[in-house]
Design a protein around this ligand. Sequence first.
Ligand code: BEZ
Length: 168
Amino acid sequence: MNVFGYGSLIWRPDFPFAGRYWARLDGWERRFWQGSPDHRGTPEAPGRVVTLVPGEAVWGVVFELPADTAETTMARLDVREQGGYELVERQVHAEHGPVVARTFVATPDNPEWLGPDTVTAMAAHIARSHGPSGANREYLLRLADALEQAGVLDAHTRGLAAAVRRLP
Ligand code: BEZ
């Protein structure tokens, strides 16, 4: 079984995996449009985390789950990523060819959905948000750094990271 990570899983995979490689999911783009009441914010002041919206393509990481821990890992991820996300199966494109992987998507009809805002407003929101998993700012900057190190161009994430870094 494979999991496609496009958010915190890229830089914090807290589960056993047998292989890991970058892959492209066509037809979707990464956006900080989902509210996080449980990880990078609180129910009173949700943070902003990523989801996928229809678009051109998004790069992420495929994790190959060992057969003996795959079900446990998926069950744990389902809990870790609850809060509006649904588990879906998608075909992604890796260097060695197409691969089917599971991933999590939060759509606009979920109760935590925040949707788009200006870069300035989203950056300020992220800069002030904190939750049980830590600062929202850390989530954004670690993701932006991981994408940059891999040579992945993501204007949305990069623009938000630059705006947050400019804030005091
Ligand atoms: C991730 O790929 O890191 C991820 C993003 C949103 C929800 C669940 C997982």
